[in-house]
Design a protein. Structure first.
Length: 268
């Protein structure tokens, strides 16, 4: 079973968890941090080489969680233009295109290999989507997407993989292609998620920022940090809250706390 609650209070740690995090203060060396930054694309490419299209499940929950995809239409069959920033191998993109025939999607990813997987998918059609490789921190989205042309941008489990110092560059880039009055739909790892508590010592890069064994990185967001990040780039906050889930394995009596941040920010 699982339960889910939404709200503005961060998850409360158990004494054991708090002690573990308090002890883990040693940061990865600056040399290794620079190497990880330099090799970020290579590490994600290798991730997709190892896992092909099998790692992430297709995200059929997207339209359930983000009613916005229906709500932002002015009339029922209105054609929407969306951008999936950080599309991976299309686990979110293809369920969406299947469920909603009136969507044209732009989709981009950091990893050239992930983009190739999207193009090889049987559901891929250039009439319904345009997929391209892009480093959102430095490649201008305007090279592939007209200014002020997108109705909805999805940013789902993407920003956490980017160095916190460069996150604002992603939001600035997206801002240029989003229509005024339209939204970025955000979902990503929240502070004290189970994944954060599982890192072994020696994995810490900075506050709430860690490296996995495969060299890919993950940041865990607080509501305040995300809010400041978006507002500094000119967005208005519509919704910004923690989603806390507890997955219970009764057979093994295991409780796994998952924490995400689910948010919506609008371009004025």
């Amino acid at each position: 079973g699982a339960f889910q609650k939404k709200g503005h209070s961060a998850r409360v740690l158990s004494p054991e968890e708090a002690e573990k995090l308090a002890k883990d203060q040693v940061l990865v060396s600056e040399f290794k941090q620079l190497k990880l930054e330099k090799e970020a694309q290579k590490n994600w490419d290798l991730f997709y080489k190892r896992n092909s299209t099998n790692f992430f499940k297709d995200r059929h929950w997207t339209t359930r969680e983000f009613q916005e995809l229906k709500a932002c239409r002015e009339f029922a069959d209105q054609k929407l233009t969306i951008l999936e920033a950080g599309c991976g191998v299309g686990n979110c993109l293809f369920p969406l295109l299947e469920e909603d025939k009136n969507i044209f999607a732009y989709a981009c990813d950091f990893s050239p290999r992930a983009v190739e997987y999207v193009k090889k998918n049987a559901l891929y059609s250039t009439e319904r989507c345009k997929v391209f490789q892009c480093d959102l921190t430095k490649d201008d989205l305007l090279d592939n997407i007209p200014a002020d042309s997108v109705d909805v941008v999805t940013l789902i489990f993407v920003l956490s993989a980017i160095h916190p110092d460069k996150m604002h560059l992603v939001l600035r880039n997206i801002y240029k292609v989003l229509k005024p009055g339209k939204c970025v739909l955000f979902r990503d790892y929240g502070l004290y998620d189970h994944a954060m508590l599982r890192f072994k010592s020696g994995s810490k890069l900075g506050e709430n920022f860690y490296v996995r064994q495969d060299g890919t990185r993950s940041y865990f967001f607080t509501e305040e940090f995300l809010s400041q990040l978006f507002k500094a780039e000119g967005y208005e906050q519509v919704v910004n809250e923690y989603v806390q889930r507890e997955t219970v394995n009764r057979k093994e009596d295991l409780r796994v706390p998952r924490v995400f941040l689910q948010s919506k920010f609008q371009k004025p």
